[in-house]
Design a binder for this molecule. Sequence first.
Ligand code: S6P
Ligand code: ZN
Length: 194
Amino acid sequence: MTDGLASADVITVPSMQLDWQAGTLAGREAENQLRLVGDLSGLFGDDAAWRAADPKTPVYEVNVWQPVAAETEGGLFVGVTRVFPGKIGSEYFMTRGHFHAKRNRGELYWTVSGQGVLVLMDEDRRITSERMTPGSIHYIAGGLAHRVANVGDEILTFWAHWPSDAGHDYDSIGQFGFAARVVDVDGCPVLERA
Ligand code: S6P
Ligand code: ZN
C-alpha cells in the first residue's frame, strides 16, 4: 500500500540541484535563457549607445525550473537570475522587467551576491525601489511590474519564487517602459524619471 507515494521504502533522488551562491540550477528540467545586448532593442534609454555596443555582450541569464506546466493553478516556479555588470550609456545593465499576466500574483526575490536596485511600478506608473544586497529579501506584491539593475562591479545573483499561473506581460513594458531608469551619476546609482 503506497497511498499515492512512490514507495514507503524507497528514498528518491530529486531531479534538480542548485548552487545557491553561484546562482545555477541544473537538472533534466532546467531551462536556460541568455539575454544579449542585441536581444534588448528599445530597452535602454540611449539608443545610440545601445547601437554602438557589441550586440553579443551578455546582459543577463536566467535558469528556471517549472515543475508543473505554465498556467497550472496552485503550483510554484523557482528561478535564478544573474545580471552582469555593465552599462549602456549611463544606464546600468538590467532585466527587461514585466508585470505578471495575472495581476494579483506576487513574487519573492532574494539576493545572494552583488549589488542591485529593484524597481517596482504600479499600473498608475508610480515607482518605488529597493536596494539589493547579499541577504536582502524582496516581496513583490501582485500588480507591480518589476525590473532589476546591476549597480555594482560584479555579477548580481538573485533567486525568485512565483506562482505557476502568474504568466508574464512584457508587452506593457515594451510599449510604455518604466517610469524611471537606474543611471550612474558620478559613480552612484540614481533613479531618473523617464
Ligand atoms: C519571473 C521572475 C524572474 C525574471 C528574471 C528575468 O516572474 O520575475 O525570474 O523572469 O529575473 O527578468 P525578465 O523581466 O526578463 O523576465
Ligand atoms: Zn516576475
